[in-house]
Design a protein around this ligand. Sequence first.
Ligand SMILES: Nc1ncnc2c1ncn2[C@@H]1O[C@H](COP(=O)(O)OP(=O)(O)O)[C@@H](O)[C@H]1O
Ligand SMILES: [Mg+2]
Length: 324
Amino acid sequence: MRSFILHKDSGHSPENELASDMQAPVEDSPSDQKKPVKKSSYERSVDVQRWLQEQALEESGVKPEFNPTFLASSRDAPWILSSLTHFYEQDLITDVLHVVKSGKEATVYCCAAHPATGAEYLAAKVYRPRMFRSLRNDAIYRQSRLVHDESGHVLRDKRRQRGNQSESGRALQISSWIEYEFETQRLLYNAGADVPCPVSQIGNAVLMEYIGAVDDPAPLLREVSLERDEAQRLFDCILNNIDLWLSYDRIHGDLSAYNILYWRGNVSIIDFAQAVDPHQNPVVYSLLVRDIERICHYFARYGVVADANELATEMWTRYMGVLW
Ligand SMILES: Nc1ncnc2c1ncn2[C@@H]1O[C@H](COP(=O)(O)OP(=O)(O)O)[C@@H](O)[C@H]1O
Ligand SMILES: [Mg+2]
């Protein structure tokens, strides 16, 4: 279990930054005020759930079993429970509130955070069992990834890197990838990148800062409409991020307006599942170009003029200059 919330090496300001960021009072915009207040049952209230758990702990001295109300009717309940119970036992979350989004490979849940984390909500990304049955076959991706054993040591054996075909071999490889996603996010967050603060990872689940309001998760960049000045600022910010990641030996590999959250005028870049280290395979330059091209393409609609190839060459030359 890798838990991180209380340790930050550099880049971001003091340790309670996450807590203060996430607990900042939400100012209602006029449109918010018009929205009808959502009714929720007494038992589903986060505070009530927390209070009931504290009462049970006080009375019996034993932490009650993890039993999120939201999961009662879910077909995936056993899988989700087995994925998230560790976070509950480690006092990182107290409840699972709702699904933020369900994708092909993973579902992201909004969880109530344990007060010890200093956050109010956390996002849990849970990979599906299907992931463990079908491995991705992208040649660049496979060659660029280090494979780790259970104790985190890099496996250099080429046969193991190509993938052991047994069930346990595949499971090890997948969880190694998820671990790599978490480690990348941690590395980049510490470096000051605009990524959600990673909190913990175990097996098929990653826990991180939740971006958005509880009933209003942050939209994707592709879902919002920007002002022109704002667009230029966000474009510069994303390009600075790509440059910063490269200086930490990482290329996102799947960057687009689908993997960037927009919240209150700022961006938060997510989904480092396909991130690669150029040291492992120099052909990843094509991934860098593709990432930059997609960003330039998205921002062109706001009149942001940029040459993706030029930007990529400039960044790569600087990176290689530092490297050699
Ligand atoms: N930290 C987060 N806070 C809020 N919403 C998130 C967070 N991380 C992911 N999401 C939501 O979950 C969706 C899926 O997450 P993502 O990491 O892109 O997984 P994938 O694309 O592999 O399914 C995102 O499009 C976004 O809407
Ligand atoms: Mg994604």
